[in-house]
Design a protein around this ligand. Structure first.
Ligand code: FNR
Length: 462
């Protein structure tokens, strides 16, 4: 549902968001007044802990968060997570795009309470925020998907399960209780695998399938290339595949045809590390896997079929008959593609350049947003990602036409610093700042955040 048609949230639903935000640190528990909102509740919690000499493990600012997380991550993890395509121009552009817009706060609006709630694909959310699909997150911390998904569920924030996840989607769903989850699909060259993943996503209660369009091949990523590091080769980020019955058939066919599983040409320490990593992550016992050609064949099969460089609108046109789930297209930047998605009958679009990891020099997501909103009109929900770091950024994105945003790297940084609590604190901090930004700008509900609240490159001075 677009912001133009978005319903107003109930006090109870908004209260759920507050409760979750208020629970984000173990001790001491602040008991905020019931109506202060997530911003003041979070401040109170942090300052009360501070009065007892405790400082938050998760910095409250995006730069501090990134700096501290970097120190907690391995070189390979940092390269994979923070790295971008080519020179990093689009990674920087994603942030610079936000800097070009300024909020024009209004005074004396009496915005004592704010409603951050929004309805997306028929589900009421406590805030206009999702956790983006992230692959290979075990590089950051073992059990990453389960920890992140559980944190999201606690906050009632949708968690988008990645095709490149490190835990099978069934396990992720089990860790989430009733928390909202979507499934992100990389369209395989094996159509039967596409169908199998869709069936599983339906079975685990995914509320949408998000088809990522911008990664039909991996972008040119120098940080990873310079380390010769690709997590999937280590068996990290292929759990949706190794847990899939159709994928296992593909691997079996490969082995039967004698095409895979051979030993490496040279036995080096690196080759041994890779063998152990792949064997440890493959289903079954480590002992068995170390001797079996199957885990290595699985990696090779994955690399062959995980994505389809020839993906086209013809493929997408088949999707409606293949799943009952609402379809969300991720990675759209051009207004014509957005119009085409609308014609196809999709339920939402994610305006995204994949965090600047695919096409160096691609337009910043935020810069692409206004033209896409104009192209699709008010009826189609738009989710913006790539470069969102704060509540103030969410405010800006909503003012420029987004219905919600997704965050990626920031929650991984929280994960690196403090596991599940770290993810929760990052989300709580961002939501807190959105609440305070709204209140201090004279806005009572996310529906009231409009282009008139911004001044920027193309807007006249008031
Ligand atoms: C991603 N992203 C991503 N997208 C997707 O559709 N499937 C995936 O498996 C992944 N994996 C992934 C791994 C890592 C380490 C990053 C940083 C990103 C893209 C992600 O969903 C989202 O578009 C961006 O991360 C949003 O930008 P920020 O918030 O990271 O700036």
């Amino acid at each position: 549902m677009s912001r133009q048609t978005r319903q107003t949230g109930t006090a109870r639903q908004t209260g759920q968001g507050r409760q979750s935000a208020a629970d984000t640190q173990a001790a001491p528990q602040a008991a905020p007044a019931p109506d202060v909102g997530p911003g003041r509740a979070r401040q109170a919690q942090i300052y009360r802990a501070g009065a007892l000499g405790q400082q938050p493990r998760v910095p409250a600012d995006a730069d501090g968060l990134e700096r501290r997380a970097r120190r907690a991550m391995s070189r390979r993890a940092w390269a994979y997570v923070a790295g971008g395509a080519g020179s990093g121009r689009t990674v920087r552009a994603n942030r610079q795009a936000f800097q070009r817009w300024s909020i024009l706060p209004r005074m004396l609006a009496g915005a004592a309470t704010r409603d951050l709630g929004t309805t997306l694909l028929g589900r009421r959310l406590p805030a206009p925020l999702l956790l983006a699909p992230i692959g290979a997150a075990d590089l950051v911390r073992r059990g990453a998907d389960l920890l992140s998904a559980a944190a999201a569920a606690e906050l009632a924030v949708p968690y988008v399960i990645s095709s490149q996840g490190c835990s099978p989607m069934e396990e992720v769903a089990a860790a989430m209780g009733a928390g909202p989850r979507w499934f992100q699909l990389y369209w395989s060259t094996d159509e039967a695998l596409v169908d199998s993943l869709l069936r599983r996503a339906e079975a685990v209660g995914a509320e949408a399938v998000v088809v990522t369009l911008d990664t039909t091949m991996l972008g040119w990523r120098p940080q990873d290339l310079n380390l010769g590091s690709l997590p999937f080769v280590q068996g990290i980020g292929i759990a949706q595949y190794t847990s899939d019955p159709r994928f296992r058939e593909v691997v079996a066919e490969r082995l039967a045809s004698g095409r895979a599983g051979g030993r490496p040409a040279r036995v080096t320490p690196g080759a041994v590390r890779t063998l152990v990593s792949v064997s440890r992550r493959h289903p079954g016992s480590l002992r068995h896997n170390l001797r079996s050609p199957e885990p290595r064949a699985a990696v090779e099969a994955f690399l062959d079929i995980y994505s389809n460089p020839g993906l086209s609108w013809d493929h997408l046109a088949t999707l409606r008959e293949r799943t009952s789930l609402p379809i969300v297209l991720k990675g759209i930047l051009h207004p014509d593609d957005a119009r085409r998605a609308l014609d196809l009958g999709v339920s939402a679009i994610v305006v995204s350049n994949h965090a600047g990891r695919q096409v160096d020099g691609a337009i910043a997501s935020l810069d692409a947003l206004p033209a896409i909103r104009a192209a699709v009109g008010g009826g189609l929900p738009l989710i913006l990602d790539s470069g969102v770091r704060s509540g103030s950024d969410i405010f800006t994105a909503l003012a420029l036409g987004a219905d919600a945003v997704a965050i990626g790297r920031p929650y991984l940084y929280g994960l690196a610093l403090d596991g599940r609590s770290g993810v929760r604190d990052v989300v709580a901090n961002i939501v807190a700042e959105l609440d305070l930004t709204m209140g201090l700008s004279g806005v009572r509900s996310v529906d009231d955040i409009s282009p008139a609240m911004l001044t920027g490159p193309s807007s006249p001075s008031p």
